[in-house]
Design a protein around this ligand. Structure first.
Ligand code: ZN
Length: 285
């Protein structure tokens, strides 16, 4: 097995097999050595990766068929969800923002989490899409050095930072956290891919399609602050904990930055894909 892929089905931690079409239950597969609870597994990430490495092609044959619609958020109860605004140069330009000197940080609240293929209930006329690379912390701490930051990451996954621009820009200056925390506005998944085994982790291709049309397309090495710098910076201020989630910012092409603007409509399907990490498919209702 090349990379551990950690997901959640029926509230239980699972490992997705290399075929991406089946999974095994972690607690059962590890004969009870690892817990079934996803957040508890994230605290024991190195053991999860060892168990994943022991998955053989025979286990793949005996695994349970994966129904993508049954996949739940792989990190269901993060203690903290950080998000970085204006972290791609081209996105800064389209939003008429200067390049930040330090990471621009806001939060998405836990009650807004959604499953990888969950539907998205729009509110008002100005809901927008933001494809993002998401890092999940395995080992927390304070004052983490950038050089050591990858050692604190469990893995990477795909995220959508769905944003109600009307709420975000209702006042001057704008406020981010509530406009990005409506119910279902934080889909994450489809699973967490072990970062240590991911040789492409510093530069992944990311694409966001809305109803089939490519809206965002970038390489993640266009970020202003890369994942190690973000983790180091955050940890000088806030203690990080196992299971914390970090949204690392969206590239250019969001609906609010387009001419004419293109906001989400009922019936739209948002497909967010990151190379080697998978796809989120969220239908707007
Ligand atoms: Zn964002």
């Amino acid at each position: 097995m090349a990379s551990a892929r950690f997901g959640c089905v029926d509230g239980r931690a699972v490992l997705i097999t290399d075929s991406l079409t089946s999974y095994v239950d972690i607690e059962k597969f590890s004969s009870g050595k690892l817990p079934s609870e996803p957040m508890a597994c994230l605290e024991r990430w190195s053991e999860v990766c060892k168990v994943a490495a022991s998955l053989s092609p025979t286990d793949d044959l005996n695994a349970i068929a994966l129904n993508a619609n049954k996949l739940e958020c792989p990190v269901p109860r993060p203690r903290q969800i950080f998000a970085i605004g204006i972290n791609y140069k081209a996105h800064a330009a389209e939003m008429n923002n200067p390049l930040p000197k330090e990471p621009l940080v806001f939060t998405k609240f836990q009650s807004s989490l959604n499953s990888p293929n969950g539907s998205l209930t729009l509110v008002g006329e100005k809901c927008d899409f933001e494809a993002e690379l998401v890092a999940v912390i395995a080992k927390g701490g304070r004052n983490i050095l950038a050089d050591e930051a990858w050692g604190h990451v469990a893995g990477l996954c795909v995220g959508q930072d769905v944003s109600d621009r009307a709420l975000q820009y209702a006042n001057t200056p704008p406020q981010f956290s509530l406009g990005k925390s409506r119910a279902g506005f934080t889909p994450i998944g489809p699973w967490i891919t072990d970062a240590a085994s991911l040789t492409t982790r510093a530069n992944l291709e990311m694409t966001c399609r809305v109803s089939g049309e490519i809206m965002q397309h970038t390489q993640t090495d266009d970020m202003i602050f890369e994942i190690p710098e973000i983790i180091s910076y955050l940890s000088t201020i806030c203690e990080l904990f196992s299971g914390d989630v970090i949204y690392t910012g969206t590239p250019s092409g969001v609906g609010a930055g387009r001419t004419p603007q293109r906001f989400l409509r009922s019936g739209d399907v948002i497909e967010t894909t990151i190379q080697d990490l998978g796809t989120l498919t969220n239908k707007c209702i």
